[in-house]
Each structure stands twice: as structure tokens, then as C-alpha cells.
Design a protein around this ligand. Structure first.
Ligand SMILES: [Zn+2]
Ligand SMILES: [Zn+2]
Length: 354
């Protein structure tokens, strides 16, 4: 089978790779559909090193069918089941994070497509050792959710965690979202689903063409370009009035954005930082205390986030399809990365069989 292999920092190529062996308790998934994540772009352009050992097959947002099960695999599952994986490859099962079911925060966690072989190929192995401690690392995919858009449940689960679980948004509150990439757009949609009054999406001039229209379709009541001479705090004030913005989602990650988010959010408000950026911040943080702002570092999701986004999508209340801007065969995946680099694409879905 073919796979997109990260073989050195910032170096990828399509290679012939080994189909994984299915051990005694393992489950082998035939990948039917995968999506490129913003994180994959960091691996692709070298901003992030492989989190395990080179070479690895990239890809952590994927759905498929169970192709094979080891003789002692979890009998809850059957060959042919439609499934979505939350991309964990292993956890310790014993640390305080695992104890609470926050497996994404396990310091020992290995991730499919980030530290071990992932899904930009035809088959992925879900280890039996993992299923033994964390059976919900695999979810049944309801018939109502097409295979093609199912990988987008992963960023949707992230946004659910950020807006609802970490952001604690209540119906009637106003929400500001920085960044109009997939996580920003899903955050807009989650705020809409959770009943936000005003949803302000803040982006770059390049977002005007495709990302802002998508954001408005998904629930943004206002869109603002974050540029020279724009007084964001005044704009947000005008829109939100005395209630202010209870929640700011930073799905951009630039140092300047966190400062703006703290300025914009109301006293006692919450800022959830989803975006990442290594650059030094270079400014004081006293306003965080003065305004009693809570800043939450966001990483991933938990079983509750997954369960609920799957239910929303199956009920027709979560729009995945509108975020798919391109569909490409695996053979053209590198073109997909280029499209994401220039920030015009939103989500690119990959067909692993072509
Ligand atoms: Zn992702
Ligand atoms: Zn652990």
C-alpha cells in the first residue's frame, strides 16, 4: 500500500509502506477517508518535528471500516463496522489524566499520525493494549454520517471541547472567535449550536473570499478583518454592548492575538487558546489579573466531546460538509498541503485508495 511518509523534519513523500500486522487483540481499520489537519501542515513544513521516531505515516483525522480483528480482540466490534478513531495509539492508563478519562493529556500518550503510523494510507492498526484501557478510542459511526465527511468530526470535537466544555458558554452569551481556519469555523458553529447571541469571527484579509462566507453560513453574525487601524475592542463593544464577550476563542495562535483576546473579553471572561505559535510574547500580562480573565490552554477532546459531536452530526445539527473545500486522491496530497499553506482551502478530504 502507499502512504504519505514524514521521513525527516519537514520532508515528506509518498512511499510504498507495509500493511500493519494485526496482533492478538488488535483491530485493523481500512481507511475510507482522511482529512488534512492544521497540525499536519506544521509537520509538512517543518515547524513541528515528528513526535516519535522517523519515519512515520502522517494523518490523524480518519474514518473507515473494521477490516480485521485479532482472535482475542474486543467482541463489542465486528468486521465491517463503520468506525471513527480519536487517534490515540497508546496511553499509560495510570496517570492522573488517564484516571479522569482525559487520555489526550496522558504524558505517555502516543498519537496516530504524529508519533506512530497514521492514516494517510489504506490500513491503520488500533492496538489491543489501548482498547483494553480505553475502549472509547473507537466510536461507531452512525449510517447518517457519510464516510467522506466523518474525519471532520475530529476538529469538531476539538471545537466542542473549547467552546462548551472549557469555554463553558451559556445560551445568550456573546462569543468572539479569532482565526477562520477549520478550528475557528467549527468554534463558530459550536457557539451557534450552544445558543450564542452574537458570534464575531475575526480573521485576515485572505479569509474574505472563502472562509468568512463559510463562517457566516455556520453562524457568525459579524466578521471583522484584523488589520492596521482596526480598533477591535471598540468594534466588539459596539456589537456586544453592556453584556460584552463572555468567551474568546483564540484559534489563531499569534502572540498579538492573545493580547487582543484579553483586551476584548469581558471582566471575568474566558479565553481558550487553541492556536499554537512558538514566538515569544513580548508583553505584560497584568490585565489578566486586573480583569480576572481565565486563560485555558486547549489540547484535544475527551469522550464526551466525541460522543456529543457524533450525536449532533447524526441528528443533522452539525454541518461537516460545508467545511470541505477540496477532495483529493492520496497521490495528490502534497498539492493539498500547498493549498492549505496559502490559507484559501478550509478542509481537504483525502481518498486513500487513489
Ligand atoms: Zn487534527
Ligand atoms: Zn496516562
Amino acid at each position: 500500500m502507499k502512504g504519505l511518509v514524514l521521513y525527516e523534519r519537514g520532508k515528506t513523500e509518498i512511499r510504498e509502506v507495509q500493511k500493519p500486522e494485526c496482533g492478538d487483540r488488535d483491530i485493523l481499520i481500512k481507511v475510507e477517508s482522511a482529512a488534512i489537519c492544521g497540525g499536519d501542515v506544521h509537520f509538512y513544513n517543518g515547524a513541528l518535528p515528528c513526535l516519535g521516531e522517523y519515519p512515520i505515516i502522517l494523518g490523524h483525522e480518519f474514518a473507515g471500516t473494521i477490516a480485521k480483528m485479532g482472535p482475542h480482540a474486543d467482541t463489542y466490534w465486528n468486521v465491517g463496522d463503520r468506525v471513527i478513531s480519536e487517534n490515540t495509539a497508546s496511553v499509560c492508563g495510570r496517570c492522573p489524566a488517564c484516571e479522569k478519562g482525559n487520555f489526550v493529556n496522558c504524558p505517555e500518550r502516543e498519537t496516530l499520525g504524529c508519533s506512530v503510523d497514521g492514516a494517510f494510507t489504506q490500513y491503520v492498526k488500533i492496538p489491543g493494549d489501548l482498547l483494553a484501557v480505553y475502549p472509547n478510542c473507537l466510536f461507531r459511526l452512525p449510517e447518517e454520517i457519510p464516510m467522506e465527511t466523518a474525519p471532520l468530526l475530529e476538529p469538531a470535537a476539538n471545537a466542542y471541547m473549547a467552546v462548551v466544555q472549557e469555554g463553558q458558554m451559556m445560551p445568550g452569551e456573546n462569543v468572539v472567535v479569532f482565526g477562520a481556519g477549520a478550528l475557528g469555523l467549527f468554534s463558530v458553529q459550536m457557539a451557534k449550536i450552544a445558543g450564542a447571541a452574537k458570534i464575531i469571527l475575526i480573521g485576515m484579509p485572505s479569509d474574505e473570499e472563502s472562509r468568512f462566507p463559510c463562517g457566516r453560513k455556520l453562524g457568525a453574525t459579524h466578521t471583522i478583518i484584523n488589520g492596521e487601524g482596526v480598533d477591535l475592542a471598540a468594534e466588539v463593544d459596539k456589537i456586544c454592548g453592556m453584556s460584552g464577550a463572555a468567551l474568546c476563542i483564540d484559534a489563531a495562535g499569534a502572540p498579538a492575538v492573545l493580547k487582543q483576546a484579553v483586551e476584548i473579553v469581558r471582566n471575568d471572561g474566558i479565553v481558550v487558546r487553541i492556536g499554537m505559535n512558538d514566538k515569544p510574547y513580548g508583553y505584560g500580562m497584568n490585565e489578566v489579573n486586573v480583569k480576572s480573565v481565565s486563560i485555558t490552554g486547549h489540547m484535544g477532546y475527551n469522550t464526551t466531546s466525541w460522543r456529543n459531536v457524533i450525536s449532533l452530526a447524526a441528528a443533522g445539527k452539525l454541518d461537516l460538509a460545508s467545511l470541505v473545500s477540496h477532495r483529493l486522491p492520496l497521490s495528490q496530497i502534497k498539492h493539498g498541503f500547498e493549498l492549505l499553506k496559502d490559507q484559501t482551502a478550509i478542509k481537504i478530504v483525502i481518498d486513500p485508495d487513489n
